[in-house]
Design a protein. Structure first.
Length: 198
């Protein structure tokens, strides 16, 4: 099992070691911020740290204990004015409570986003359906127009007397046979005239 030495404290768990390293950086930052502060400023920072329960490893807890002891030793405040350091168990319970609360909020946020997405999807689907109905109406009108055009063409074709590609042969034969009959009748009439004049 690996052992991690962070700020003179030994940790067996890698996650706790990482958390302790972050707290060590936070302690160094806080010390840098309060080095020139008076006791009242230090007390204000200390109270905020206690209220926020920022620390949850031995490094952060020992820093808070030392900070409290320094405030007591300054003789500026009575021990009652300086809040006690919370216990490590309280810190863990608070962190777990915060994690549960955060998980619930994330779940709620995710549900709201899903509901919003579904609502957006519904409105998008409605818009798409409306658009498709319009296209359907236009296509229906075009189909009816084409059908009427075809019916009109057949009607015109059936009522017209001029030859078409479908009946041109019959029409031509009928026309030539009627001409032939006319010619034969005229020929016979001419022959009769000639005979009667002789």
């Amino acid at each position: 099992m690996a052992r991690y030495n962070i700020g003179g404290y030994i940790f067996d768990d890698e996650n706790k070691a990482k958390k302790a390293a972050k707290e060590l950086k936070a302690v160094e930052y806080i010390l840098g911020q309060i080095k020139d502060a008076d006791e009242k400023g230090v007390l204000t920072v200390y109270k905020k740290l206690i209220k926020q329960r920022l620390f949850s490893t031995e490094i952060g807890m020992s820093f808070l204990s030392q900070l409290r002891q320094n405030l007591i030793d300054s003789n500026v405040f009575s021990e009652d004015e300086i809040p006690a350091v919370y216990s490590l168990e309280e810190s863990i319970e608070k962190k777990q409570s915060e994690e549960i609360t955060n998980a619930k909020e994330k779940s709620k946020s995710t549900k709201e986003k899903a509901d919003k997405f579904v609502g957006t999807a519904d409105s998008d689907a409605f818009a798409q359906i409306k658009k498709l109905k319009r296209i359907n109406s236009i296509l229906l009108i075009l189909c009816i127009t084409l059908l009427l055009s075809v019916i009109g063409m057949f009607y015109v074709n059936s009522t017209i007397n001029s030859p078409t590609i479908l009946n041109y042969e019959e029409k031509l034969i009928d026309k030539y046979s009627s001409w032939e009959q006319d010619l034969t009748e005229r020929e016979n009439a001419l022959k009769e005239k000639e005979l009667s004049q002789q």
